[in-house]
Design a protein around this ligand. Structure first.
Ligand code: ISE
Length: 334
């Protein structure tokens, strides 16, 4: 029997997830959609096999014919909807960020713990990217020795107008904060941020260079350029005692055409991480079918990423190195 999913939020990310559930994920059924703009939900429903268009998010979560809830509505709704799914005893896939505040993240974890079941998956899709996966496995195998440094580059073509310097940290760099924890298996201990000059394409925000220090002593450098113009580009190199390992852009062809020889640069994260998004949803569906927690980012992971992002915002404002106090994961999450 298929796992029946209801998607809340039919914007760019919600539509992509809905489309994958409809066409690209085995064992899933796109059973319902909801958007505060009912017409937008109808258009999506018509395009994807006519799942029910349910009038409210609450009704969708409570619906007896929905097995799991995918939350891709605006960031400020994430906490309330995730808490409602937990209260209904249903698995919730929540797009990043888990919540708008750390207090809300804590409420979500408290609700999960009180219910005694891990129900929350946070949509940090890079954890399912085959490249990052292979890098982590390489480190685990131990051939390269201990990890010393991690260099991350994250460039958007041209970020949307609403992206401010704060959001460069909270919306974009948060992926690097999560993937660094995932690769190195160490929490962050401190963060520093230095702003570069604004590009002439977007004077209202600046590129940021971030330095993260991990609890184990590794150092992570992160460049976030929201307006790189030439395309979407994510790079990562892990420097270990005996060698390094890097991401290779996932392309199967190189083209010689019109005076150029090379591989195309992606437009945005939706194409660059297409496989990661699909594999992530596949794992979520299998976890629901098997009645176990998803192997993706947990509420604890979502909370840790948000803690580092919040410390990053303080570092951006004060131009000081900000210490992130150590917090032990509750046994429920280990
Ligand atoms: C966006 O919200 C994402 O999540 C993308 O993965 C990231 O690359 C982009 O910078 C963000 O704005």
């Amino acid at each position: 029997m298929s796992i029946r999913i209801g998607v809340i939020g039919c914007g760019v990310m919600g539509s992509d997830h809905a489309e994958l559930l409809h066409r690209g994920v085995a064992g899933a059924q796109l059973a319902a959609v909801h958007d505060f703009d009912a017409e937008r939900a109808s258009v999506l429903s018509r395009r994807l096999g006519n799942p029910r268009n349910i009038e409210s998010a609450e009704a969708l979560i409570a619906d007896r014919d929905i097995d799991g809830v995918l939350i891709a509505a605006s960031d400020d709704t994430h906490a309330g909807l995730t808490l409602a799914a937990i209260a209904a005893g249903k698995p919730a896939f929540c797009e990043k960020p888990l919540a708008a505040t750390l207090e809300e993240c804590r409420q979500i974890m408290a609700a999960e713990i009180a219910g005694g079941r891990r129900l929350v998956h946070v949509g940090f899709m890079r954890r399912f990217d085959p490249g990052y996966h292979a890098m982590r496995a390489e480190l685990q195998e131990g051939l390269l020795g201990r990890a010393l440094l991690l260099h991350c580059i994250h460039r958007n073509k041209i970020a949307p107008d609403y992206i401010t310097s704060d959001l460069v940290i909270a919306n974009s760099a948060v992926h690097e904060m999560d993937i660094a924890r995932f690769l190195l298996k160490e929490d962050h201990a401190a963060i520093s941020v230095i702003s570069g000059p604004a590009s002439r394409y977007a004077v209202a925000r600046q590129p940021q260079v971030i330095i993260l220090e991990t609890c184990g002593g590794a150092v992570v450098t992160v460049e976030i350029s929201p307006d790189a113009v030439y395309g979407y580009d994510v790079q990562c190199e892990l420097v270990c005692e005996d060698g390094t390992v890097s991401l290779v852009p996932p392309h199967v062809i190189s083209r010689r055409y019109d005076g150029h020889d090379g591989i195309a640069v992606e437009e945005d994260w939706r194409t660059r991480f297409r496989d990661a998004y699909r594999l992530q949803l596949q794992e979520w569906i299998v976890s629901i079918r098997d009645g176990r927690p998803s192997r993706g980012a947990s509420a604890w992971d979502g909370y840790q990423a948000s803690r580092t992002a919040e410390a990053g915002l303080a570092a951006l404002r004060t131009r000081q190195r900000v210490v992130i106090p150590a917090e032990q994961a509750p046994p429920f999450y280990s």
